[in-house]
Structures are given as C-alpha cells and as structure tokens.
Write a protein of this length. Structure first.
Length: 189
C-alpha cells in the first residue's frame, strides 16, 4: 500500500505540530515538513533572504509569496523517499500554494493518498494558546498579524479543499488525545 500524506491546516496555535508528531508515531513512515521551521532556519542564516524573513516574522507578516513554496518543494524533493509519507505542517496557506502543492503531489503520484485535515480552533483560543507557549516570534503584534492573515488569506485555501471534497474538519479545541482520536476515526470512515 502506498504511504499516506497529510496536509495539516489551521490557525497558528491550532496544534498542527503536535498532531503531526502523533501521526508520525502512529504511521511510522511519515516525514514532517514545517514551513515555519524552514522559515526560521533561513531567518537564522546570514544571507539577504534570511535578514528579510527575520524582519517580516518579527511583526507577524509572511514573506514573499513564492518563498514558502520554494522552500517546501525543495525540502520534499530532497527528503521524501518513495516508501515514506509526507506531513505538510501548516502549508499550503495561500490558494496558489494549494494549487502548486496539488500539482506537485499529482506529479509525484501521491495526490490520491493525500488527506487534508483542518484543525478548527477559534481566533480567541488560538491567541490564548500562542500567548501561553511564548516563542520568540509570539509577541502580541505578531500573533494578531498571523491570526488576521489566516482569516484573510487561508480561507480560500480551505474552500479549495472543501470544494474538492477532500477536507476533513476536526474540532481542534478538544484535548490533544481527543483531537487525535477524531482524526483517526475520520480517516477510517
């Protein structure tokens, strides 16, 4: 059987990283790629793009539209083996990214084995969680920027997957174990 691939969508603080780790433990042959991790890694480098990303992340913005696509396409192409599944942690965000990823997964012959999971949490709950975790880029202004961005720009991506009939909506405000249980139940349905 071909390995499953997962696209995890949700606001910042929805628990995408946590659920990605649980999926990796459960399915064992999954590789998780996080755009946030790739951006932070680039921001730490002493290169022009790194400096720009660092400045944009400091105010909760998102860098140049195609940089995220470039980073995760490169990472997928250079990391994922044939017998491994993929977890897309927090991407795609923009509609054009979803369309690019869709075509890329189709080219890799992985599209039919891909599940799109939306961890649905309210803006208020996401803000509370982000304040509690206290990462360096989780100041009030940055958090507000990321949450507003989700409402403005990620909604069309969610609709894209919903219209295709491939969106699995999960109540992300439950306890971590309950969220994972709901994911497994809906995957088996």
């Amino acid at each position: 059987m071909e390995p499953l691939n997962f696209i995890l969508l949700g606001r910042s603080g929805a628990g995408k990283g946590t659920q990605a780790e649980l999926l990796k433990k459960h399915f064992r042959n999954l590789v998780s790629i996080s755009t946030g991790d790739l951006m932070r890694k680039l921001a730490a480098k002493d290169v022009d793009a790194g400096e720009r990303i660092k400045a944009v992340l400091a105010v909760g913005g998102l860098p140049f539209d195609d940089i995220a696509t470039t980073l995760w396409m490169y990472e997928i192409a250079h990391t994922i083996k044939k017998d491994e599944g993929l977890i897309c942690d927090g991407f795609p965000r923009r509609l054009v990214e979803a369309q690019n990823l869709d075509r890329f997964l189709d080219w890799l012959e992985r599209k039919d084995n891909t599940r799109v999971i939306l961890l649905d949490v309210s803006k208020k709950e996401a803000f509370r969680r982000l304040k509690a975790r206290g990462r360096a880029d989780d100041n009030d202004e940055a958090i507000k920027g990321r949450l507003d961005y989700f409402d403005e720009r990620v909604a069309p991506t969610i609709k894209f997957y919903e219209d295709k009939g491939s969106l699995i909506c999960i109540d992300g405000e439950q306890a971590i174990e309950k969220v994972f249980e709901e994911i497994l139940n809906k995957l088996n349905a």
